[in-house]
Design a protein around this ligand. Structure first.
Ligand code: ZN
Ligand code: ZN
Ligand code: FE
Length: 758
C-alpha cells in the first residue's frame, strides 16, 4: 500500500473546544500519522497514510466534530508523503493576528456532570469542574492566543494530577486551559449582606438554605452576577422586584433539568434542543397554567424565560435548593451586570441578603443570552454568553477592518475583519455612564483580542445616540448607516445575500434620512444602496418620548387621525386620565405642537394595546406592545379594512379604517383577544399589499423580515403566510431587534468601503 500526504486546513471555531485532541484520537483510529497545529486562522493538519485511511480520517472530521466546535470550511490538497511514525499535536505558535477564534463559554458537559455527582470522583461536588468540551472561555480570556497564562486561571497553578491530565493527549482534559480540581482550582465563599466572610459553612448549602428561606442571594456566575430567589415564592419575587427597582420586566428562571422545565412550560422538541444547546440561552416558552411559579415572575405575558444550569455551580445549587430559581442579572435596572466581587458587594448589598462568590475573576462581562422559536425557527433575541465571540462568516471579505457601533437600546457592537464579523456581548441601553463605560471597555477588549483598531467606523444616523457620539470621537472614516437599512443588511449578512432583496423592517423607532422617525419600512436593498418603496402613515407622538411611556397619548393621537370629527374620548382608557392632562394632549395633537411623528409599527402596537387592554402606561419599552401580542387568539382569522395610499412617495399604508373597525368591535363587546388577532392579521395583509406593490416596481426578489417587531411569533407567521410563495428569510443567529443592528452597519460600511465610494 502506497502512502499519501494531505495538507488539511480547518476554519471556524476550532480552538479551545477540544478540537486538536479529538483530531489526535481520530488519526489514531483511522491509522493516520502526521501532525496538527493551531494557526492564526484555525487548525492545520498534515496527514500521512493510505488513501483509504486518509479518506476515513477526513470523513470522520466532517461527520462528528466535537460539540462546541463549528467547522466553517475544510479544505485539503495533496503533499508529498512523509514517514513521521506517529501523530503529534504541535504546540501553539504565536498567531499573526487574523481570524483568531476564542471560543465562547460552554455549558458543563455530561461527562463533567457525572464526575461532580460521583462521590468516588476527586471532583465530586466541585463547582469549577470543566474539560476541553466545556467550561469558561471568553469570559476568562485576558489576551490572545488563548492559553492558560492568558486567562484569569493563571492565578491557579495546576496540581500534579491536573497537569498530567492537561498533558495527556488521550485525556479529556488535554489542553483544557481552565482545568482545575478542588486541590488547585478556584474556591467558593459565602458572604453576608455586607460582604463579611461566613466561615464554617458549605457555601452551596448555605446559599440554597437562604434561598429556600425566601432570601435573595447574589451569585457569581460566568459572565457576571445573578440575583437569585425562590421562583415559587410570591414574597421573595416581590421583594426582589422592589429592591432591584425592576417593577414589571420579566425575570428569567433557572430549572434543574428538562423534566422541571416541562412541568413549568410547554416544550417542543426544537425548544428542548435550544434549552440543551451548549450556548444554554434563556428560552422563552409558553407557560403552563399550573406551573407553580409566582405570577409576578413574568407578569403580562403568557411566556416564561427558562434556562438550564450551565456551570457546575448552578447544577449543585439547583439540586440543593430543589426548586426553580429566579436568576436575573445582578444589577440595578438599567445598569450593567456586576462582575467583580468588590464591585458586586458595593452595588448589590442593598439588594442581596448574602453573596455566593468565588476567587476566579471574570474578565469579560457577558449577560445570559435569550432565544425563542419564531415561526418554528430558533431565533436569538439577545446574543451574548455562549455565542460571543463566535464569528459570523462573510462571503465578501472586509477589505478594511470595520467597527460598527450599534444602536441605542439593547446595544451590541461588531467588528468586521477579513472574512468574518464578530458581534460583541450584549451591552444594554446606552443611557447612563456605567453602561457607556462597559461599552467602551468591551470594544477595547475585542479589538485587543482581534489585534485590530479599525479605521472605518459605522454608526447609526441618529445624531444623539451615545453610540453615534462615541463613533464621532474615534479617529478614522465615519459611515452613517440608516437604521432600517442596517436592520435589512443584518439579515442579509446572516444569510449571505448581497441583494437585491426587499426588506420588511418593522420596529418602534429609527432615525430616517429625512430626520423623522421611521419604523414601518419596505426597503429595496442592494449592498450599500437602498430605496424606500413603502411605509406606514405616521401617527403623532404627543410630547415625544413621554408618549412612549404614556402610551395613552399615542392612542389618542391615532384616534384623532382616524376620526376627523374628533376622537372618541369616552373609551375606558381615558377615564383614568386627568381631564386637564387629556385636554392638553388633545390640543398638542390638534395644533401639532410638541409632537414627533412616527411611522413605527411598534407604535401601532402601543396604541392598539393601550386602547383595547385599557392600559395607559408602559413601564418599560415595549411592555404594552408585548402584552397586546401575547393576548391574541390565534383561531381568529378575520382582519380589518385598510388602504394602501399610492399618492404619497413612497406609498403609505393607511390604518385609519382599521382603527375605526376595531373601535366598533370593542364597542360591540368583542374581547381584546379577538381584536388583537384581527390587528395582527391586518398588519400582515397590509404588509402583503406593500410588498406586492414593491414587487411591481422592482421585480420579485427575496424578502427579509427584520426589526424588533419580528420578535413577535404570531406576526411573523401571519406575514409569511401572506407573502407565500415568495421566499422569505428570517433572522436566526442574530437578533431581529436592535441587538442585531451592528452586523448590518458593518455590512453596509464594508460595501461602501470596498466599492470606494461614499
Ligand atoms: Zn466537560
Ligand atoms: Zn488540580
Ligand atoms: Fe430598530
Amino acid at each position: 500500500m502506497t502512502s499519501e500526504g494531505r495538507h488539511i486546513e480547518v476554519r471556524g471555531t476550532v480552538q479551545g473546544v477540544g478540537f486538536r485532541p479529538w483530531i489526535w484520537r481520530l488519526a489514531l483510529e483511522s491509522g493516520v500519522n502526521g501532525r496538527v497545529s493551531n494557526d492564526s486562522r484555525g487548525v492545520t493538519i498534515e496527514a500521512f497514510g493510505t488513501e483509504g485511511a486518509l479518506d476515513t480520517f477526513l470523513h470522520g472530521m466532517r461527520t462528528a466534530p466535537p460539540p462546541a466546535a463549528e467547522i466553517r470550511s475544510l479544505s485539503w490538497n495533496a503533499i508529498p508523503p512523509e514517514d513521521t511514525g506517529e501523530f503529534v499535536i504541535v504546540a501553539s505558535r504565536l498567531s499573526e493576528g487574523l481570524e483568531v477564534s476564542i471560543p465562547p463559554d460552554l455549558a458543563t458537559c455530561g461527562e463533567c456532570l457525572a464526575e461532580i455527582r460521583d462521590p468516588s470522583n476527586r471532583r465530586y461536588g466541585y463547582a469549577f469542574t470543566n474539560c476541553t468540551n466545556c467550561g469558561p472561555r471568553f469570559t476568562i480570556v485576558r489576551e490572545v492566543p488563548y492559553d492558560r497564562p492568558a486567562t484569569t486561571m493563571a492565578a491557579f497553578p495546576m496540581c500534579a494530577r491536573c497537569r498530567a491530565e492537561y498533558e495527556d493527549p488521550a485525556d479529556r482534559r488535554f489542553h483544557a486551559q481552565p482545568n482545575a480540581c478542588p486541590e488547585c482550582g478556584p474556591r467558593l465563599q459565602a458572604l453576608s449582606a455586607d460582604g463579611e466572610l461566613l466561615l464554617g459553612t458549605d457555601p452551596v448549602r448555605w446559599a440554597a438554605r437562604a434561598l429556600v428561606a425566601g432570601l435573595i442571594v447574589a451569585i457569581k456566575g460566568l459572565g457576571g452576577f445573578h440575583l437569585a430567589c425562590d421562583a415559587t415564592s410570591p414574597d421573595a419575587v416581590a421583594r426582589l422586584r422592589r429592591r432591584k427597582r425592576r417593577e414589571e420586566k420579566p425575570f428569567a428562571v433557572m430549572v434543574r433539568d428538562l423534566d422541571e422545565a416541562e412541568s413549568l412550560a410547554h416544550v417542543s422538541p426544537a425548544e428542548r434542543a435550544l434549552l440543551e444547546s451548549t450556548e444554554r440561552p434563556i428560552v422563552l416558552l409558553a407557560r403552563k397554567e399550573t406551573s407553580g411559579i409566582a405570577s409576578d415572575v413574568a407578569p403580562d405575558t403568557s411566556l416564561v424565560g427558562l434556562m438550564l444550569p450551565y456551570t457546575p455551580l448552578h447544577h449543585l445549587l439547583l439540586a440543593e435548593a430543589g426548586r426553580p430559581l429566579v436568576m436575573t442579572s445582578g444589577n440595578l435596572s438599567e445598569e450593567p451586570i456586576a462582575c467583580g466581587n468588590a464591585e458586586a458587594i458595593a452595588r448589590l448589598s442593598g439588594i442581596a441578603d448574602g453573596f455566593l462568590v468565588h476567587d476566579r475573576e471574570i474578565e469579560s462581562r457577558c449577560d445570559d443570552s435569550v432565544a425563542r422559536l419564531i415561526a418554528g425557527r430558533p431565533t436569538v433575541l439577545r446574543r451574548s454568553r455562549g455565542w460571543v465571540p463566535r464569528s459570523i462568516p462573510f462571503d465578501a471579505p472586509f477589505s478594511e477592518p470595520v467597527l460598527a457601533c450599534g444602536g441605542h437600546l439593547k446595544n451590541t457592537f461588531c467588528i468586521g475583519l477579513a472574512g468574518a464579523a464578530y458581534l460583541g456581548p450584549h451591552i444594554g441601553d446606552l443611557e447612563n455612564l456605567e453602561t457607556l463605560t462597559a461599552y467602551e471597555e468591551a470594544i477595547d477588549r475585542l479589538e485587543r483580542f482581534l489585534r485590530v483598531r479599525p479605521e472605518v467606523i459605522a454608526h447609526d444616523m441618529h445624531p444623539a445616540y451615545v453610540s453615534t457620539v462615541y463613533a464621532r470621537g474615534r479617529s478614522g472614516r465615519k459611515v452613517a448607516v440608516q437604521h432600517h437599512h442596517a436592520h435589512v443588511a443584518s439579515a442579509m449578512a446572516e444569510h449571505g445575500l448581497s441583494g437585491p432583496v426587499l426588506g420588511v423592517a418593522y420596529d418602534g423607532t429609527g432615525y430616517g434620512t429625512d430626520g423623522s422617525a421611521w419604523g414601518g419600512e419596505i426597503l429595496r436593498v442592494e449592498g450599500a444602496a437602498f430605496e424606500r418603496l413603502g411605509t406606514f402613515r405616521p401617527i403623532a407622538l404627543p410630547g415625544g418620548d413621554a408618549a412612549i411611556r404614556e402610551v395613552w397619548r399615542i392612542a389618542l393621537a391615532m384616534l384623532s387621525d382616524a376620526y376627523p370629527e374628533g376622537p372618541p374620548r369616552d373609551l375606558s382608557l381615558f377615564s383614568g386620565i386627568d381631564r386637564r392632562h387629556l385636554d392638553g394632549v388633545d390640543r398638542m395633537i390638534a395644533q401639532g405642537v410638541s409632537c414627533a411623528w412616527a411611522r413605527g409599527v411598534g407604535r401601532y402596537f402601543d396604541a392598539f394595546g393601550a386602547l383595547f387592554l385599557e392600559r395607559p402606561v408602559s413601564r418599560y419599552e415595549g411592555q404594552v406592545a408585548a402584552a397586546w401580542n401575547s393576548i391574541a387568539d390565534e383561531s381568529e382569522h378575520d382582519s380589518y379594512p385598510l388602504v394602501l395610499d399610492p399618492s404619497h412617495d413612497p406609498p403609505e399604508l393607511d390604518l385609519r379604517p382599521a382603527v375605526r373597525a376595531a373601535v366598533s368591535d370593542y364597542r360591540a363587546g368583542r374581547g381584546p383577544a379577538r381584536i388583537s388577532a384581527r390587528f395582527h392579521n391586518t398588519i400582515a395583509r397590509g404588509t402583503g399589499a406593500l410588498v406586492r406593490r414593491a414587487f411591481e416596481e422592482s421585480g420579485v426578489v427575496p424578502v427579509v423580515l427584520t426589526g424588533g417587531c419580528f420578535q413577535n411569533d404570531l406576526l411573523t407567521r401571519r406575514i409569511i403566510e401572506e407573502l407565500a410563495p415568495a421566499s422569505v428569510f428570517l433572522h436566526g443567529r442574530v437578533p431581529p431587534g436592535d441587538g442585531g443592528l451592528a452586523l448590518g452597519q458593518a455590512f453596509v460600511a464594508s460595501a461602501i468601503v470596498s466599492r470606494g465610494g461614499n
